[in-house]
Design a protein around this ligand. Sequence first.
Ligand SMILES: Cc1cc2nc3c(=O)[nH]c(=O)nc-3n(C[C@H](O)[C@H](O)[C@H](O)COP(=O)(O)OP(=O)(O)OC[C@H]3O[C@@H](n4cnc5c(N)ncnc54)[C@H](O)[C@@H]3O)c2cc1C
Length: 443
Amino acid sequence: MSDKKKTRLHILGGGPAGLAVGYFAQRKKIDLEIYEASNKIGGNCKTIIHEEYRFDTGAHRFHDKHDEITLELKDLMGDELLKVSVPSKIFRAGNMINFPLNSLNLLKNLKFSTLLNVIYENILNSCRSFESPNNFKDLAQIRYGRTLSNLFLMNYTKKLWGKDPTKLETSISGDRLKNLDLVSFLKETIFKTSLNKHLDGSFYYPRYGFGTIFENIEEYIGSEKIKMQTPVKMLNHDGSKIKEIINGEEKVLDVDTVINSLPLNILINILNPAPPRKIIEAIDSLNYRNLRLCILFLDMPYFSENASIYFPEKKFPFTRIYEPKNRSKIMAPLDKTCIVIEIPYSNDDEIHLISEIKLFNEISSMLIDSRLLKNNNIIGHTFFNIDYAYPVMEVGTKNKLIPVFNYLNKFKNLYNIGRGAEFKYIHTHDIFKKASLIIDEIS
Ligand SMILES: Cc1cc2nc3c(=O)[nH]c(=O)nc-3n(C[C@H](O)[C@H](O)[C@H](O)COP(=O)(O)OP(=O)(O)OC[C@H]3O[C@@H](n4cnc5c(N)ncnc54)[C@H](O)[C@@H]3O)c2cc1C
């Protein structure tokens, strides 16, 4: 990795990872320049303004996982940062089921015999010892038993990641699959009182949308340090150091420390000379999952009371609906709202090719047929595309990545950070944490 006391950072990409590094560098007065291919910062975490509505490019919220990072965020956002507590739900078989699952609510929505199966399987699981699971399906069944996994997790996972859950690494759970709390579950079922005080929907959220975190960082760093519409096209190197950066029409010769936040496949493809064949083959075998977002503008004050609603059933092409107004009221006018519908796809999926109008018609009919909307509620729609939304962590991916990162580690002045760059299912708080560690190491 890089020598100490670097004086200048060249940051590739102006998404959350590039900007997080820029933020901590600016805090320490380290000279920096960010190169961003598009005409807007924020990468996959933007807030879009559409007429009188604001919505994020996906259901983003800030998880309070690292105290020092949450403090930085509070400092950056001031009184724009809200602490939000709203529930989330799973929509299945026409019912809204509490998420996280609790037994009282399941009792209402599942057959009693199904609930007995759930309890039986989880008692059995708690008496058994398991080897550590090597795929997502095994992990889910150990944590929740077969019945709950099949009802709520398997189809959802397949839709989101585009692969059978037996083919996916356990890390796609994002550490969110805790064991079912059997004691609470039984007490709730027997005494019919809800002990589950945990609200999945308790998180930080900026008043004007998640993307404003990155807009505030842009302002803090100074927009003159961010070169927009400047795609990085080539990194010339000598095998141990990046020597030149070719971006847009410019060649940067005096290269000091390079921070890469571009997806791994882009990085590998712009290295010159090209990496060894086995590295290119490893990268070519990786897949990223994209999202189509369908945004519906609705003539009603609220669509639901929820932060997010999850759709595990196969018949729905979408996985989740989120309502910006339930995170911050100013995201829509008083008497109207909008919902953002997430449809995951890979480039060879049919959904990728369906026209916007056809997809809009399909989705709105499904919501109307499911009695979640009425035809006259919808007063407009738009679409938004997110590439590189999820790095598909298949069983075996970790091993494929070992030689790739061994190769990249040979470059003494190159750091790699971000969801696509590290090929890891990480979130904004993880990215901020890593950015602060990189800057500590450099300064
Ligand atoms: C639907 C969804 C919901 C999410 N929800 C949450 C959440 O609730 N909480 C949370 O913490 N995280 C959430 N995340 C994760 C978070 O959005 C990502 O971790 C984050 O966007 C990753 O940032 P990044 O900078 O690594 O990559 P990106 O956001 O992909 O940014 C990469 C940037 O590099 C630029 N770029 C690409 N190629 C070039 C080039 N050749 N030259 C220059 N620039 C280039 C791109 O234009 C982009 O701006 C969610 C993600 C998705 C998709």
